[in-house]
Design a protein around this ligand. Sequence first.
Ligand code: KG4
Ligand code: ZN
Length: 345
Amino acid sequence: MRWIGIETSCDESAVAVVEADGGGLRLLSSLVGSQIARHRPFGGVVPEVAVREHLRNLPRLAAAALREAGIGTEALDGIAVTQGPGLATSLLIGHAYARGLGLATGLPVRGINHLEGHLLSPFLGSGAGKEQEAAFPFLGLVVSGGHTLLVEARGWNDYRRLGGTVDDAAGEVFDKVARMLGLGYPGGPEIEKAAREGNSVAYDFPQAFPERADFRFSFSGLKTSVRYFLEKNPGRLGDRAFVADVAASFQRAVVAVLVRKTVDAARARGLRTVVAAGGVACNGALRQGLEGKAARGLFRLLLAPPALCTDNAAMIAGVAALKERAGAALPLPDDIDPNLPLAAA
Ligand code: KG4
Ligand code: ZN
């Protein structure tokens, strides 16, 4: 069975083709038309710019994804499209494109939750033959520009939200602090790069909700604390070593909270497999922090490969293929839902 996936929940237009059979799941192509350069002058995503880029990008990305997969639409079995959550206008473009492709080809169109895509991306592998079966039950840490979630995944469509952020998402706070430091957009990779030259214990920034059984996250206090600190140290943003120390100390605070709550949640729920995904899961310090816990035998760790951490369509097509193979429900999307939840609290 072959699925084409279409993802336009935010600012990346993405199309991918996957193939699933008894032997496993293979990514035949996965293309992302990055819009980062178009949004960079604004320091964040501008919805109208994103919509126009999606309109321009999708036809050529779909043609290229099929060409790279070496097949035509007649060799496909279904079309998977992101139903939500995300920016309404961006979601609508992908949805309309998928419905149009469905009408033109007669293929079924199925809606996939963007968060479920992230959650299961560690099971897709990075290429032919590297895939693994989704190992339920597991704990999922989904950390991106829009979300920070701890999820207990018990089976297909059986996801329980253990905790999430009460204010900013982890990626959002990376982006905002990068901006305060005069670093580029998106902020996550820029902070990580600056932090490599810095001292991560130079400054102590606050870590919220330290209680063991509390799986809520809050990053706005940390963000404000960095802002006040910079205000008290005026004129130092030109000092490369200072910026590197602040970036490294800030990153340490975010990573410490994410790792500690992941460990505590796995222990509290008795989960022996932990997966991490979403754009912030590209972060080397977070990956090392989680790997350190796995090396101590606390859990088996699966990290999404970096190319599948940030938004992509392989995770959308991949979830459709895995669910179909498992006989799990794949609903027809009548509509998009910008606030589509992954699971109830
Ligand atoms: O998953 P994603 O591409 O989009 C959303 O669904 O939000 O995540 C994008 C977020 C951005 O906030 C970006 O700064 C962050 O992921 N990010 C990182 C890194 N790479 C991307 N954060 C920390 N370290 C990184 N290396
Ligand atoms: Zn995402």
